[in-house]
Design a protein around this ligand. Structure first.
Ligand code: 13P
Ligand code: SF4
Length: 306
C-alpha cells in the first residue's frame, strides 16, 4: 500500500516531468491542496487558467471549472480529475431557458454565475463569480440585467449595486440553501464572541445576519487578517478545517453540519495520482462554436472584473 506522503511525492515528481499544472478549488481536501500549483476561488482559478503556460491543466473541482479552464486555454489539454464531479446548480438552467427569458425581457443584458455549463454561457453577455459579481455588475454599461441562475447571490449583489435593475431567476446552490436563520441563532448563542462569515450563495435572510459575506477566498482572507479569535463559518465545511489548519491560534465553528458539497468531495488524492499517471480523469473537449461564444462571456468577466 502507498502512503499519502508517497502518493503526493509521486504526483509532485510526475507533474513536473509531464508539465502538468494542478488547480484546486478551495473546497478540495488538504492532501490535494498540498500538491496543487494554485488553490483559490472560482475567479482566482479562472485568472490562473488564462495565464498558465503548462501543457496540461488538471482541475480538482467540479465540471464547470474544468470547462472554464478549457475555454480560457483552448490549446491546452485540460483534465477534470473526477468526471462525476458536477455542480448541481450548473444543471438548473440550459440555453433554451435563457433564450426564452431574453424574449420575455427585451433590452435586458444577461449575467450568468460562472457555476453554469459552457453551453449556457454561449447565450449570456457576461459571467460573474462570487468575488467579482459586485464589481462586474457595477461596471456593466446596461442598467437592466437578468441575473441567472443563483437568485440568492443575485439578491446579495442587488443590495450592493442599487443603481442597477437586477431581475433574479429562481435557482441556487442546494448546499448553501440548507443553512437557516435558526442555525445562525443557535451558533451565535453557542459562540457569542465569534464573527459570522458566510458565502453569498446562502439564503438572503442568512447573509443579512452575517458580519462578512464573500467568496471562499474572501472568507479565508478575512478570518486570517482579523484580530478576532473565533469565527462561525457559513460555507462548505471544508473551509472550517482549512482555516483551523492555517490559524491554529483561532477557533472556527461550522454554521451547519449539513453544509457539505458531495460533488466537491468526490475528487480524491488517488484520482489526482491516476490522472498524472495518465490513466484517470476526463479530457474536456468542447465544440468550436461553444468555445468561441462562451469565451466572449468569460473575457468580458475578466475585463470588467479587473
Ligand atoms: P467561490 O467562487 O466562492 O469559490 O464559489 C464557488 C462555489 O461553488 C461555492 O459554492
Ligand atoms: Fe455547486 Fe453549491 Fe457545490 Fe458550490 S457548493 S459546487 S455551488 S453545489
Amino acid at each position: 500500500m502507498i502512503t499519502v506522503k508517497k502518493m503526493q511525492d509521486e504526483i509532485l515528481r510526475l507533474k513536473k516531468e509531464k508539465d502538468i499544472c494542478i488547480l484546486a478549488h478551495a473546497y478540495q481536501s488538504h492532501d490535494i491542496w498540498e500538491v496543487a500549483d494554485f488553490v483559490g476561488d472560482s475567479y482566482g482559478l479562472s485568472l490562473k487558467a488564462a495565464e498558465s503556460h503548462a501543457e496540461t491543466v488538471l482541475m480538482c473541482g467540479v465540471r464547470f471549472m474544468a470547462e472554464t479552464v478549457k475555454i480560457l486555454s483552448p490549446d491546452k489539454r485540460v483534465l477534470l480529475s473526477n468526471p462525476q464531479a458536477d455542480c448541481p446548480m450548473a444543471q438548473q438552467m440550459g440555453p433554451d431557458q435563457i433564450r426564452k427569458l431574453k424574449e420575455e425581457n427585451p433590452g435586458f443584458a444577461v449575467a450568468a454565475y460562472i457555476n453554469t455549463t459552457a453551453a449556457l454561457k454561449t447565450v449570456c453577455d457576461v459571467c460573474v463569480t462570487s468575488s467579482s459579481a459586485v464589481t462586474i455588475i457595477r461596471n456593466m454599461k446596461q442598467k437592466d440585467i437578468l441575473f441567472v441562475p443563483d437568485c440568492r447571490l443575485g439578491a446579495w449583489v442587488a443590495s450592493r449595486v442599487p443603481e442597477k435593475n437586477l431581475k433574479l431567476v429562481k435557482g441556487g446552490c442546494p448546499v448553501h440553501a440548507c443553512i437557516s436563520p435558526d442555525d445562525v441563532r443557535t451558533a451565535r448563542a453557542l459562540h457569542p464572541n465569534a464573527l459570522l462569515l458566510v458565502h453569498p450563495e446562502c439564503l438572503p435572510e442568512v447573509s443579512a445576519l452575517a458580519d462578512y459575506a464573500g467568496s471562499t477566498t474572501g472568507i479565508m482572507d478575512f478570518a486570517k487578517k482579523s484580530d478576532c479569535k473565533e469565527f462561525i463559518i457559513g460555507t462548505e465545511n471544508s473551509i472550517v478545517s482549512h482555516l483551523q489548519f492555517a490559524c491554529p491560534d483561532k477557533q472556527f465553528y461550522e454554521l451547519s453540519k449539513n453544509c457539505i458539497c458531495h460533488d466537491m468531495k468526490l475528487t480524491t488524492l488517488a484520482n489526482v495520482y491516476q490522472c498524472v499517471c495518465g490513466n484517470g480523469g476526463e479530457e474536456i473537449l468542447l465544440p468550436d462554436d461553444v468555445m468561441t461564444e462562451a469565451r466572449r462571456c468569460l473575457d468580458t468577466m475578466i475585463e470588467l472584473g479587473g
